[in-house]
Design a protein around this ligand. Structure first.
Ligand SMILES: Nc1ncnc2c1ncn2[C@@H]1O[C@H](COP(=O)(O)OP(=O)(O)OP(=O)(O)O)[C@@H](O)[C@H]1O
Ligand SMILES: [Mg+2]
Length: 490
């Protein structure tokens, strides 16, 4: 029986390869917010005596020049094959083995995801930036900023805007004579309380001034806290702590400590504000009530970008390329693709970068629209990998179950929760792990739906069956398979 066979043999990923025709699924995401202008004046309100300063040098974009490390830029480009001027030896004219000019990119860093764009390059987030600024505004007077929780789907600019506003706040506070800073923690990296507090303490410390040492490891959690509190009181009036991907923390312990540090008397001279960021809308439901009440003073949801916004975001970075290298249809095409699917700026920028790399690898002088299609596939795999980075094994098992169902049954209108749960339980057995309750698995499915990895639809089975939910992978099951098997290949 096909079903039994599926359950028996296909719970481990390598068995995917036995398999069935895969229909790639169309993904979609039509919703998007209103589009606002490219520039966004950001006014922190100040005491009446202090006039508003124009943006400082810190706020203006500082394009990083393209620094080529000598001897490093060897590419596979056909164009870059060994060209030597006749009659000129390498010793005379320099060694032509290596490409000295990148024919496509002039400043590729602008397309790196870690690049923090400056004023004028952040598009369509005026309202969100203004809201965030209002929430943390008291910090520039040395008062407690509001604690903030930012939600939104992946690539909607949450991390970017949180860092951007924090940096500008630090600058403005400095102009007001308030000593402020911010610390950034990637909680997918620092999942334990100890790792997170160590990262914060190290980030705000300057051992030359404080005389305090914050080693990478080796101290107890409480010792790290003690050092953190001492550093804060010694050095700062106000500190913002950005806890990015906050849902990846093992527990709420650090949130409790940070949100109560002042009232518990751990710090006396320094005010703390926490900006929590998550792409899991249900994260708050899991929070301890006390933490929730102090951490969620302000909440903001960042909507996905529409095609116009994505186009403007990419256009603002087109100086990553040499003049005339980008064909006119390239950016509109990439924007349309990225907007139709997820409204994700990271994916849009990735598509542009990969399209450039494809041109480079093929020795093409321009980035053509057709490269965008190839680049999209790679960006999609990267995006999914990033989406499930740091997710729990059970969250992955649930996806694995859906991917198995999709691959073995072809294109359907989805699978009922009971069916997904059945396969999930088999996967758990195979992995030697206790399965979670049906209720928890429903929650995991909801989280995947929020991230647009799957789509859920409600159905009515009439009086006999009642209503039920069906789940459908929106990601291409082959991409899901590829990414989920990466670990097992190693
Ligand atoms: N409004 C924007 N203008 C310019 N660049 C943007 C904008 N929004 C996002 N980006 C760029 O897109 C990429 C993704 O943005 P960001 O990391 O802030 O997304 P995110 O909402 O934090 O996503 P995730 O939930 O996956 O962490 C970054 O490189 C960022 O610089
Ligand atoms: Mg982020």
């Amino acid at each position: 029986m096909a079903g039994t066979w599926l359950l028996d043999i296909s719970v481990r990923f390598p068995t995917f390869d036995t398999v069935f025709p895969v229909n790639s699924l169309e993904t979609r995401l039509p919703m998007a917010s209103g589009y606002t202008s490219v520039n966004h004046p950001l006014h922190f309100s100040r005491p009446p005596t202090a006039p508003l300063q124009p943006p400082t040098a810190h706020n203006t974009p500082t394009p990083t020049p393209f620094h080529r490390k000598p001897g490093v830029c060897l590419t596979t480009s056909k164009q870059n094959a060994f060209h030597r001027k006749p009659g000129v030896s390498p010793m005379d004219a320099g060694d032509d083995l290596f490409t000295r000019e990148d024919p496509i990119f002039t400043n590729k860093e602008l397309l790196e995801i870690s690049h923090l764009p400056g004023e004028g390059r952040i598009v369509g987030r005026d309202d969100e930036i203004a809201d965030l600024a209002t929430a943390v505004n008291p910090a520039i007077f040395g008062q407690s900023p509001s604690n903030v929780l930012i939600y939104g789907k992946t690539g909607t600019g949450k991390s970017l805007c949180a860092k951007y506003v924090s940096q500008r706040l630090v600058n403005t506070a400095g102009e007001e004579g308030v000593n402020a800073t911010f610390a950034y923690v990637d909680c997918a990296q620092d999942t334990t309380e100890t790792q997170a507090v160590q990262t914060i303490a190290e980030g705000v410390n300057d051992p030359e001034h404080t005389g305090i040492n914050v080693p990478d490891k080796g101290l107890s959690t409480s010792t790290y806290y003690k050092r953190l509190w001492r550093i804060l009181d010694q050095r700062y009036d106000v500190v913002l702590i950005i806890l990015d991907e906050i849902d990846k923390l093992d527990d709420d312990a650090i949130l409790m400590q940070l949100s109560r540090a002042g009232e518990a008397g751990k710090i006396t001279d320094c005010k703390l504000g926490v900006i929590g960021i998550s792409n899991k809308i249900q994260y708050k439901d899991r929070m301890d009530e006390r933490v929730k009440s102090s951490l969620c003073e302000r909440e903001f949801v960042f909507p996905p970008y529409d095609a116009d916004q994505l186009r403007a975001i990419m256009q603002a970075r087109s100086d990553a390329f040499h003049d005339d290298v980008l064909e006119p249809s390239t950016i509109p095409r990439a924007a349309a693709l990225a907007a139709r699917e997820h409204g994700d700026a990271r994916k849009a920028i990735d598509i542009l970068r990969y399209a450039g790399e494809i041109a480079q690898a093929n020795g093409e002088p321009t980035v053509r629209e057709e490269f965008v299609t190839q680049a999209r596939e790679r960006a999609e795999t990267d995006r999914f990998r990033e989406l499930i980075r740091g997710s729990t094994p059970h969250s992955r098992y649930v996806l694995q179950a859906l991917a198995l169902l999709s691959l073995s049954n072809g294109r359907q209108d989805g699978f009922r929760t009971s069916r997904v749960y059945e396969i999930y339980e088999n996967i758990c057995r195979q992995e030697g792990s206790d399965s979670l309750s049906l209720r928890r698995v429903r929650d995991l499915l909801k989280e995947h739906a929020f991230l647009d990895i799957i789509e859920q639809s409600k159905h009515s089975g009439g009086s006999a069956e009642g209503s039920y939910t069906k789940h459908q992978l929106l990601e291409d099951p082959a991409v899901v398979k590829e990414v989920l098997t990466e670990g097992s290949d190693r």
